[in-house]
Design a protein around this ligand. Structure first.
Ligand code: IPE
Ligand code: IPE
Ligand code: MG
Length: 245
């Protein structure tokens, strides 16, 4: 089936978030080292970014490295950081061509200085782009983000900038790393795992979840289009009844 031509442009998800999982298993299946899977995963990133830009999806957030991923073997962590630098260098052209603005969420200060420098350069160079926002979650954990949010708000309460009685959902939204992004509409996870792994817990409160067995290095535009097509078939009720919609 040609999923792309069956996608309704008016009903596109405003924000897609992806847990790019299965690189290690992809490599193992081919008898390769885990890091080869990460290398192959960069092609899937390009396909996904281009696919979203083609359709006109405004916000794409990719989970690239979690706060928990620091616990992996040192060599694997080093490879992932090296790949981050080389992909940023390699993808800047695609970002500019498609008018995509790059931003990052997470404990960016924990990344090696070379990765931070490259990241900041691309963020600066693409800051004026307005076709789409690509957010990389790097050293990101949703619980850590919520802790930072609570700290920022309580500091403002202490300094009488915020009245604690007035705290509502928008107060929280404004203090998250994702403050400039809408809620997640569609969350995709590859590799067959069906869990959230500390990703955007608050922002996904009403997201549609889509799980596929495809391993991340095999993920192509067609897989993205299929996920969006499936998303559009669902009825999002937000607590109401079908009749009320
Ligand atoms: C996702 O693939 C990439 C990162 C978490 C950085 P994995 O490396 O988790 O691959 P599997 O889950 O071991 O197959
Ligand atoms: C989640 O994948 C993090 C990223 C994709 C960056 P993991 O492979 O680390 O998740 P778990 O540990 O299997 O839940
Ligand atoms: Mg994994």
């Amino acid at each position: 089936m040609d999923f792309k031509s069956n996608i309704i442009v008016e009903k596109l998800p405003e924000h897609i978030a992806i847990i790019m999982d299965g690189n290690g298993r992809w490599a193992k299946k081919q008898g390769l080292m885990r890091v080869k899977g990460h290398e192959k995963g960069t092609k899937a990133v390009r396909e996904t970014v281009e696919g979203c830009a083609e359709l006109g999806v405004k916000n794409l957030t990719l989970y690239a490295f979690s706060t928990e991923n620091w616990k992996r073997p040192k060599l694997e962590v080093q490879t992932l950081m090296r790949l981050l630098v080389s992909s940023l260098k390699g993808e800047i052209k695609t970002l500019q061509k498609n008018k995509i603005k790059l931003q990052a969420i997470g404990c960016i200060e924990n990344l090696p200085s070379k990765a931070r420098k490259e990241l900041n350069e691309v963020i600066e160079k693409t800051a004026h782009n307005d076709h789409m926002t690509l957010t990389l979650a790097l050293s990101y954990g949703s619980r850590e983000e919520l802790i930072q949010t609570v700290k920022k708000i309580s500091e403002k309460v202490k300094n009488n900038i915020i009245d604690s009685e007035s705290i509502d959902e928008s107060t929280i939204n404004k203090h998250l790393y994702t403050r400039n992004l809408p809620d997640v509409d569609l969350m995709i996870r590859t590799s067959g795992e069906q869990r959230i792994s500390n990703f955007l817990l608050w922002q996904m409160a009403y997201a549609e979840l889509y799980f596929t067995d495809t391993l991340w290095p095999d993920f192509r535009k067609e897989n993205l289009f299929e996920a969006i097509y499936e998303y559009q078939k669902r009825e999002r009720r937000f607590g109401k009844t079908s009749e009320q919609l």
